[in-house]
Design a protein around this ligand. Structure first.
Ligand code: ADP
Ligand code: MG
Length: 676
C-alpha cells in the first residue's frame, strides 16, 4: 500500500519518508522507534541530576513569562514545583507556550536537566502534557529535515489502524506458543505505542527474535556448502619446514593454531572453517602463511585476502622475502596493480603457475580464476561481508577457509556468521614484546609530547600521530589532516621528514608513503585512521592519538597495536579534553590494560551494544531492531532456527512461505541474493 493512501501524506511528504527508507505502509510499520520517552516513570524534582533526562509531574507555580531578546528571539520561562522541590523551565522561540500552560494546573514535563553557570539547573524546552492525558510511553523516531516527528507518529497510527485483524504471521503458531512470543499484530501495535513497559518488552522480544531468526535461517542457506561435502585433501604437513624459514621461533600459541589448522585440512572430512583470533601483534600472519605453505606444498593454490592495499602489499613483501629460496611461486593481485600485470597474474592463476596469491577484493573479481584453489584466508575478517567470503570460496571446489581477526566475536554471533565454526585463540604475544605504556593527556600538553616524540626520533625511532577530526564528513578530515601536518612541518617538526596520509590520498601515493615510512625514510607519519588495520612497522615507538574520545575502545586498541611490535619500549599518548565521566572511564581502561579481550568487553559495556561493531563491520545485513551484542536473543533465535529446520526440514516447505519471504527481503536489503 503506497504511503500516499494515508491522510496527510502527499507526494512531497512521501519523498521525505523515502529519505528514511520508507516507501510503503508495510515499510513504515517496520520503521521501529529509535528510543522511547517513558512518561510512566516520574521522578521527584529533588532527585534529578544535571545531565539526566526525566519526566516530572509538577504544578505551575507561576504563569509563563515571555521576553523578547535584543536579537529578536523570544525566551519563555516558568517555575514549577512538586512536593519535593522547585524547577525552572525555559523554552526558546516558541511564542505559544504562554497559552498552553496555565498557572496552578498540573502537567507532566519531560526533558533534560541542564546546568548553566548563570541560571543554575533548568530544563530546556521540555515537552509537556496535562496530567489528564495520562502517563504514556512515547515513541521517538529517527527523522529527517522537513519531516516533523509528529507526522511520523500520525502516519504510524493510521497504518496500525489499517492493519487487518488477522494478519499472517511468518512465525508458525506452534513456535510462537512454545516460546511465549506474542503475535505479529500485537507486537507491531505495542512496539510503536506501548501502554506499559511490559507490553513494550514483549513486543520487542518477539520482533527481535523474528529478525534474528530470519538472519539465522538465511545464513544457513549461505552456508549450505559445507554440509555433506568433503574438503580438499592435504596429505603432508609442511609447517615444520615453514617454521625453519622464519627469523623467529613461533610462540606456543602460534604453534597450537597452526596445528589446529593442519589437523583440519588433513582430516579428509568437511572443509576447514576456522577462525584464528588473536590480539593485535600476536603474529597471525605467520600462522596463516604456514598453513598456506602447507597447502601449496601439497600442490594446491592458496589465496590470502586482506582488506586494504597497504596490508596486502605488506604481506606480499614479507612473504616474498621469506619464501625467496623456496620453490613456491607467489604473486600480488590488488586494484592498483598495473592492468598488464593483473592480466598476467590472472592467467598464471588460471593455469596453475602461481601457488600463493595475496591480494585485496581484486581476488574475488569475476575475472579471477584459479586452477585448484585449496585454501582461502581472509585477514581482518570483520572487514569482509559474508557474500565476499562466499565468493572467494566459490573460486575453488570446497576449499578450506581460514579467517583471522583481532576483534573477539561473541561465540553466539560467530556461530551465526560462520556456522560450524572452530576457533583457535592466539593468547600469547611474542616474548620480546614490551607492553605499550599508555597515558592520557590534555591538549595543553601537546608541546611536551612533541618534544618527547622528537627525543624518540633522535634515538632512531619513528612515530605516528592520528589527527584530530574537526567535524564529521570526509572533506573536513582531509583538510584537518593536511593542516595539522602542515603546522607540524612548519613548526615543531620542521627538521624532521613527515609523511601525511588521509582518506583521500591516492592508493598508489599512500602505498609509496607507507612503504617509505616502513623503510624509515620518514620519521613521523601523520594520518587519519587509515593506518588502523594491520600495518607493521616494528621500529615505530610512539602513537599519539588526538581527540581520543572520538574513537571506540576497540579502535583505539587497534591503533595502539601499530606500536610495540618490535623490541623497543613503546608509548601510546591519548589526547583528550573531554570532561565527560563516561569518556574518562573509557580512556582510563585503555591506560590500565593492554589486553584486547578485556578492552572489547569494556567497550561493549561502556558504549552500549549498538556501537560495538562500528559501521556494519561484521558484514551482516542491516538489522532494524535486533542487536548483535544481545547474546540471549541470539541464542534463542539459534535454538528456534534449529527447531524449525528439524520440524519442517527445508526452508522451501510451504508452511514457511512467509518466513522464507522475510529471509529474501532481509538479504535483498544487504544486496545479496541468497536463495539460488
Ligand atoms: P597480527 O596478529 O596483528 O596480524 P603480525 O602477524 O603482523 O600480527 O605480527 C606482528 C609482528 O610480530 C611482525 O613483525 C612479526 O614478524 C612479528 N612476530 C610474529 N610472530 C613472532 C614471534 N613468534 N616472535 C617474534 N616476532 C614475531
Ligand atoms: Mg594482522
Amino acid at each position: 500500500m503506497p504511503l500516499t493512501d494515508l491522510r496527510g501524506i502527499g507526494a512531497k511528504r512521501a519523498e521525505l519518508f523515502a529519505k528514511l527508507g520508507i516507501h510503503s505502509v508495510g515499510e513504515l510499520l517496520t520503521f521501529y522507534p529509535r528510543a522511547y520517552e517513558d512518561w510512566t516513570s516520574v521522578t521527584k524534582i529533588e532527585s534529578m541530576e544535571d545531565g539526566g533526562t526525566y519526566c516530572v509531574r509538577a504544578r505551575m507555580g507561576t504563569s509563563v513569562s515571555t521576553r523578547v531578546l535584543w536579537g529578536g528571539s523570544c525566551v519563555a520561562r516558568a517555575k514549577v514545583y512538586d512536593d519535593s522541590g522547585k524547577l525552572d523551565l525555559v523554552w526558546f522561540n516558541n511564542p505559544y507556550i504562554q497559552q498552553m500552560l496555565e498557572y496552578g494546573n498540573d502537567y507532566f514535563f519531560f526533558g533534560k536537566l541542564t546546568y548553566d553557570s548563570k541560571y543554575g539547573s533548568q530544563m530546556i524546552s521540555p515537552s509537556f502534557a496535562p496530567v489528564s492525558k495520562g502517563a504514556v510511553i512515547h515513541p521517538v523516531y529517527r527523522t529527517t529535515a522537513g519531516l516533523p516527528a509528529k507526522s511520523i507518529s500520525s502516519a504510524m497510527e493510521q497504518a496500525l489502524e489499517r492493519l487487518p485483524l488477522n494478519i499472517n504471521d511468518p512465525i508458525p503458531e506452534p513456535i510462537l506458543k512454545k516460546y511465549g512470543l506474542c503475535g505479529l499484530r500485537q507486537a507491531l501495535c505495542d512496539v510503536h505505542f506501548p501502554k506499559t513497559r511490559e507490553a513494550l518488552d514483549n513486543a520487542r522480544k518477539r520482533l527481535i527474535t523474528e529478525e534474528l531468526l530470519v538472519l539465522n535461517l538465511g545464513m544457513r542457506q549461505l552456508k549450505g556448502r559445507s554440509r555433506g561435502v568433503s574438503g580438499v585433501k592435504i596429505e603432508k604437513d609442511y609447517s615444520g619446514e615453514f617454521e625453519s624459514l622464519l627469523p623467529f621461533t613461533m610462540t606456543n600459541a602460534q604453534k597450537r593454531a597452526v596445528a589446529d589448522c593442519v589437523r583440519d585440512i588433513s582430516a579428509h572430512g568437511a572443509p576447514m572453517n576456522r577462525l584464528v583470533q588473536g590480539d593485535v601483534g600476536s603474529g597471525k600472519t605467520a600462522v596463516a602463511a604456514s598453513v598456506c605453505y602447507t597447502a601449496a606444498k601439497n600442490g594446491f593454490q592458496a589465496a590470502f585476502m586482506a582488506p586494504t592495499e597497504i596490508l596486502a602489499r605488506q604481506h606480499f613483501d614479507n612473504l616474498s622475502k621469506l619464501l625467496e629460496n623456496t620453490d613456491l611461486r607467489i604473486a600480488l593481485l590488488t586494484g592498483s596493480v598495473k592492468e598488464s600485470e593483473k592480466k598476467r597474474v590472472r592467467e598464471s592463476l588460471a593455469n596453475g603457475e602461481i601457488d600463493l596469491v595475496i591480494g585485496t577484493h581484486a581476488l574475488i573479481n569475476d575475472k579471477t580464476e584459479f586452477r585448484n584453489l585449496g585454501l582461502a584466508v581472509t585477514d581482518e575478517q570483520h572487514r569482509f561481508g559474508v557474500a565476499q567470503r562466499a565468493k572467494l570460496l566459490g573460486k575453488g571446489e570446497n576449499p578450506h577457509l581460514m579467517v583471522m581477526s583481532a576483534t573477539p566475536i561473541p561465540r553466539t554471533l560467530g556461530l551465526i556468521i560462520f556456522g560450524d565454526l572452530d576457533i583457535s585463540v592466539i593468547d600469547e604475544l611474542p616474548p620480546s614484546r614490551k607492553p605499550v605504556k599508555t597515558v592520557l593527556r590534555g591538549t595543553a600538553d601537546r608541546k611536551k609530547i612533541y618534544r618527547f616524540i622528537k627525543s624518540e626520533i633522535a634515538q632512531g625511532r619513528q612515530a605516528f600521530i592520528v589527527c584530530p577530526l574537526i567535524e564529521e564528513g570526509v572533506l573536513d578530515n582531509v583538510a584537518s589532516a593536511e593542516e595539522y601536518a602542515a603546522d607540524l612541518m612548519l613548526h615543531d617538526f620542521s627538521d624532521i621528514p613527515v609523511a601525511v596520509v588521509h582518506g583521500k590520498t591516492k592508493p598508489d601515493e599512500k602505498e609509496r608513503l607507507m612503504a617509505d615510512f616502513a623503510a624509515n625514510k620518514y620519521s613521523l607519519l601523520v594520518s587519519t585512521t587509515v593506518i588502523e588495520v594491520g600495518v607493521d612497522v616494528p621500529n615505530a615507538s610512539v602513537m599519539m592519538i588526538e581527540n581520543a574520545e572520538r574513537f571506540g575502545l576497540s579502535q583505539l586498541h587497534q591503533l595502539r597495536g601499530r606500536v610495540g611490535r618490535g623490541k623497543f619500549q613503546s608509548y601510546c599518548v591519548l589526547i583528550s579534553d573531554s570532561q565527560s565521566p563516561v569518556t574518562a572511564e573509557r580512556l582510563r581502561v585503555m591506560c590500565s590494560t593492554n589486553d584486547g579481550f578485556k578492552i572489547a568487553d569494556e567497550d561493549l559495556k561502556l558504549r552500549g551494544p549498538g556501537d560495538f561493531f562500528g559501521e556494519r563491520q561484521h558484514g551482516l545485513p542491516q538489522m532494524s531492531i535486533a542487536d548483535f551484542a544481545d547474546t540471549k536473543s541470539l541464542e534463542l533465535s539459534q535454538k528456534i532456527a534449529d527447531e524449525i529446520m528439524f520440524i519442517y526440514k527445508d526452508l522451501r516447505n510451504d508452511e514457511l512461505r512467509l518466513l522464507r519471504a522475510e529471509v529474501e527481503r532481509l538479504f535483498a536489503r544487504g544486496g545479496e541474493n541468497i536463495m539460488n
